[in-house]
Design a protein around this ligand. Structure first.
Ligand SMILES: *Cc1c(COP(=O)(O)O)cnc(C)c1O
Length: 340
């Protein structure tokens, strides 16, 4: 029994999802003639109370398009030092948009209004790049699935309004936050200018991210997607998977969260673990004692066909998901409890 906890991207479509894919009505989405893509975009825009939505092949492309829509070359965005847009999108912010990132030393990947305010370059000081965008991540990936309080985002929004900055939310796992904290998606829609939401993480589809946003911001979104090579044809098959996921895979995220908490509790009791970050959603980040290397621990788990991620800086990551069954969960907890 292979137990793959490296990421929530490793899931395969369920039989129900495959059936939805097989039965999808499709058309050419570059002509905006795919009814299933149109339906998914419509539904996502309504869910977040946003004007528009656009389907992308990946979360990185949706984030990169958003950065492009908000900035001009030479400008600067503000994000946490662990942000996905800075660390894990291949340098796309500079490659695609010609912008630099001002990194903020946040808490578990989350930043606050005072830090944002402090990171803004004075607009009339022409020696520095012009600050035009703030990128937040919810939940945070490298920060261990941490969730923002809405009030924190509200305060950041006020700073953005005062200093004419755009606000993009990288919501690859926003649904996890919404379920964990019992929040209303429309609250995020009312605070951010653009939000990307992944379907291929906890929601379990093979691909797809929807970017939702305000009309003024989304004006060139379809052109930017085309430039990035993201114009897709009969992609309604994948949008059908997304619609299926909205119906069947959202509320069940709480099961992933419960199992992640249980893993976290066992790790906290283990004498080979130095520290476990607070576990709010489906990601567990922990650190080993000095005398046990990450490589050895990961290899020992591999011996049991259990796979987890090394995030560098001593961080190990476990991510629970749709394909992590209760049988796997019992075995994994046993292996951890008996680890020597
Ligand atoms: C996974 C992820 C993305 C999107 O990554 P892709 O590999 O392009 O799907 C964006 N932001 C965060 C925080 C993520 O975890």
């Amino acid at each position: 029994m292979r137990i793959d906890l490296r990421s929530d991207t490793v899931t395969r479509p369920t039989p129900g999802m495959l059936e939805a894919i097989m039965n999808a009505e499709t058309g050419d989405d570059v002509y905006k003639e795919d009814p299933t893509v149109n339906e998914l975009e419509d539904r996502m825009a309504k869910l977040f109370g946003m004007d528009e939505a656009l389907f992308f092949p990946s979360g990185s492309m949706a984030n990169q398009a958003a950065i492009k829509l908000h900035t001009n070359p030479g400008e600067q965005l503000i994000c946490d030092k662990w942000a996905h847009v800075f660390n894990y999108e291949g340098g796309g912010a500079s490659f695609n948009s010609g912008v630099s990132c001002k990194l903020v030393d946040g808490d578990r990947g989350m930043i606050n209004a005072a830090q944002v305010l402090n990171a803004i370059n004075p607009p009339d000081f022409y020696h520095s790049p012009l600050t035009t965008l703030v990128c937040l991540e919810n939940t945070t990936n490298k920060g261990g699935g941490a969730c923002y309080e809405l009030d924190t985002i509200r305060e950041i929004r006020e700073v953005c309004d005062k200093h004419q900055l755009g606000l993009h939310l990288d919501g690859a796992r926003l649904m996890n936050a919404i379920v964990a904290k019992d929040q209303d998606p429309k609250d995020f829609g009312s605070l951010a200018d653009t939000i990307s939401v992944c379907f291929s993480k906890g929601l379990g589809t093979p691909l797809g991210t929807v970017l939702v946003g305000k009309k003024e911001r989304m004006k060139n979104a379809i052109r930017v997607r085309k430039i990035l090579g993201g114009g897709m044809r009969q992609v309604g098959y994948m949008a059908a998977a997304g619609l299926y996921a909205l119906d069947h895979h959202v509320s069940r995220l709480s099961e992933d969260h419960k199992r992640a908490k249980e893993i976290s509790e066992v790790l906290k009791e283990s004498d080979f673990v130095r520290k476990v970050e607070p576990t709010e959603t489906n990601i567990v980040i922990f650190y080993l004692n000095e005398n046990l290397s990450e490589e050895k621990f990961i290899n020992d788990l591999k011996g049991e066909d259990i796979h987890i991620s090394n995030m560098g800086d001593g961080k190990l990551r476990i991510v629970t998901h749709l394909d992590y069954t209760s049988e796997m969960h019992s075995k994994f907890l046993d292996v951890l409890k008996n680890y020597k």
